[in-house]
Structure formats: C-alpha cells, structure tokens
Design a protein around this ligand. Sequence first.
Ligand code: ADP
Ligand code: MG
Length: 229
Amino acid sequence: MQEEMIKSEKTKIVSEMAAAVAHEIRNPLTTVRGFIQLFGADDLDKQKKEFYQKICLEELDRAQLIITDYLSLAKPDPEIIETIAINEEIQYLSNVLMTYANYNNIQISGILSEDPSLKIVGDRYKFRQALINIGKNAIEALPEGGLLEIMANGTGEEVFIVIRDNGIGMTPEQINRLGTPYYSTKEKGTGLGTMVSFGIIKKMSGRIGITSERGVGTEYTLSFPRVNG
Ligand code: ADP
Ligand code: MG
C-alpha cells in the first residue's frame, strides 16, 4: 500500500470553522424559506409544486448531512475532559456504524484490545464524533459491500486505533487533501467530516496515519497518549 502520513497540524482547529459551518447550514434554510413563500402563490401548477418540493427536501437533506458530520454528538464548549476507556469506545463505534451500514452487505468487525485497561483523555462526545466521521467514510467507500475493521491496541505510552476498509481507496492526491474543508468526491458530500475529525484528534494530542490504495482500501491509524487510572 502507498503510504502517506497526514500531519494533523495542517488542519484547522474545529472551533475556528464554526462560523463557516453555521453559514453552510444557513444557506439551505434560506432556500427552503424562499420556496415555502412561493408555495403561497395562487396560480401554482402541479409541476411547479413538485419542483419546489424536491428542492426543499434536497436542501433540508443537505443541512441534515452537515449537522451529522459536524454537530451530531459534539456538545458546545467548554469541553468535558475525562478518561476514556478504549475498548468501550470500540464497542460503541461498531454498534453505531452498524446502523449506517444497514442493508449494504457490509461486515463490521470490532476487535478489542487484549489489554482492557487502555485509556486516553479527551471529550468523549467529540472523540466519538471524530471516529464516527472516519468510520462513515469507510462505509461510504464500500458501495458494493465489504469489510470494515476497527481495532484497538497499545504500548506503555500510546494507544492505537486502526480503522480499515477494503473499499474504493484513494490516490495520493486525495489523501493529501483530506482534512481540508469542503473537499469531497461524493455527489452529496459535505467535505467537512475529516476536517472535523482531524481537528478533534489534534486537540487530543493525537496523530493520524493513513495508507490507502485505489481499489484496495484504506487504513487509518490513530494514536493517542496513553493515560493510567
Ligand atoms: P465527505 O464524506 O462529505 O465527502 P469527508 O471530509 O468526510 O467529506 O471526506 C473527504 C473525502 O475523502 C471523501 O469525499 C473521499 O473522497 C475521501 N475519503 C475519506 N475517507 C475515505 C475512505 N475510507 N475511502 C475512500 N475515500 C475516502
Ligand atoms: Mg465523510
């Protein structure tokens, strides 16, 4: 596999992007508002009505996607910093991703660390958001089904989380653009998921390694400082 290390330093801190994301949500809302006003016209024919409705639904779906990638779990600051038991989170992530993978012939395999005492520190809900966004991309990279593995292990100083899919993979250019706002190759992508994830991971003093190859798959290796207690 082609190897590229992504330095989370190059991504912006999540909070810096809050204003931009608010703007992204405001746009679809403004559009929907406009079309609802048009619905009030007396001479509205069936065709126009259906057209307006279609746009409204699409715009609302878009707002929904932005919220899922950016705000679904994260609580407003101040962050609550706590100790996070890694095996518990692997379990949680596997269960949540199962709901995204439904109907798609995707097998999700959560492999817990043999050492159940692996812990890190951070805001649990933001950490979950970071992992879900990465896991969601893995699922979306498996349009014909496949395997998604989520594994935890560690050393005395570090905790590793590996998220691996055997999906469509990425070119080196794609890997380079990961984590930058609004970069998406998907028809309905927000291009916010990895930016949010990388920002959260960076804040937790985490590092992100990515290997990926077109047609073979993608592997994220996240590492965090290990804590005791
Ligand atoms: P979005 O998912 O809305 O497109 P993201 O920031 O989450 O935005 O991801 C940006 C892009 O990175 C995706 O559009 C995709 O091209 C690529 N990508 C991320 N993860 C993977 C993966 N596991 N496999 C293939 N491509 C990926
Ligand atoms: Mg995404």
